[in-house]
Design a protein around this ligand. Sequence first.
Ligand SMILES: NC(=O)c1ccc[n+]([C@@H]2O[C@H](COP(=O)([O-])OP(=O)(O)OC[C@H]3O[C@@H](n4cnc5c(N)ncnc54)[C@H](OP(=O)(O)O)[C@@H]3O)[C@@H](O)[C@H]2O)c1
Length: 371
Amino acid sequence: MNRRSFLRDSLAASAISALPAIFPSLAHSSTTPKRILVLGGTVFLGPALVDTALIAGHTVTLFNRGITNPDLFPHLENLRGFRSPDANDQDLTALAHRHWDVVVDVWPHDPSMAASAAELLRGRAGHYLYVSSIAAYESNDFEKSGVDETAPLEPWAGDASEYARGKAESERRLAALCGEKLTIVRPGPIKGLRDDTPDLLAWLRRAQTGGRHIAPGDGNSPVELVDVKDVARFLVFAIDQSIYGTFNLTGRPMTFREFLGKCKAATHSDAEFVWIPKDFLDQHHLDPDSTLHMHGGNFPFWRPPGSLPGVYQVNSEKAFQAGWQVRQFEETAMDCLASYRSGYGDFSAWHDYLSPEKEKQVLDAWAHRSA
Ligand SMILES: NC(=O)c1ccc[n+]([C@@H]2O[C@H](COP(=O)([O-])OP(=O)(O)OC[C@H]3O[C@@H](n4cnc5c(N)ncnc54)[C@H](OP(=O)(O)O)[C@@H]3O)[C@@H](O)[C@H]2O)c1
């Protein structure tokens, strides 16, 4: 067994062994087992979805190219093919002449790709689910808090990112194709097992290393993260209960002060986070979070007033009202650290968004500032 397969198997085993404790209702699901086709399935959300569906008693078929983690689910039916924005260039033949109860399209943001699969499969499955993103909302929706599922989406012909416009347009095209049998989920930042983006990790590592660290702002700015297993849980819940429609999945809101407190608690840390106002950080050329424009700021998840704070105040009440449950942050943090520690993803080139030298320099300047 090589290192890669060991890591894969340990992560899969830990995910599966944890599931019955986390999702007792799924482990003893009394709903009818369904045949689910997962388009994708082997990177991040896909494996969480597959594990959750299997634990709930469903049968899962995967469709992908067989390039990424191809041996992750050796006991499942693995169909191979190739999706492309160019209909003449893709190969969906493995899906032809087959029927499933449910299709979940997990990953694309290209509208042509999303639509061509739905055109082929909508008549051969009773329920079609698509994973979108809160990025599909028009970005100025986030000037206010509480964006719900009725807010306007990015126009296709706008100047938003290809990802944001693509998710919005995919939603529109799938709605036209699938009608009432469609479920769309719009997660916010997804964290947890197999996450290979270093934003939450940065805060957990700062807490873990102890000492003094900058806490940006006044502690009141909002943060929302959702655990990958909770997104998977909602998808399987929607499958089990035949829930249709569109749902934000952004977890429970917290303040930045609560978030850093949870990072400390999760890592048993005695680190001191020193709250420093934005003006002072600006004077020292430190940037807030740049999540909307991909990773880049020194303080992931920090959106100071005036910088679309609504991104982390999205309203997921509709999903909660439907019965969605989310786990404690500590568990997400543990999974995030476990994935990092076990070498999942490529963190070899990882460095913090803020160098320790620069952080110390600014902390010292703050401590010695004139009143
Ligand atoms: N991460 C976040 O914070 C966040 C937030 C909001 C929403 N989301 C959404 O959550 C979803 C996460 O997706 P994921 O990457 O974790 O999905 P996934 O289903 O776990 O992985 C992507 C799958 O697509 C397959 N694939 C890639 N290119 C393909 C192609 N050309 N033809 C056929 N199959 C192909 C890959 O396998 P092969 O490479 O073997 O083909 C892999 O199985 C996305 O929709 C994302 O937009 C993420």
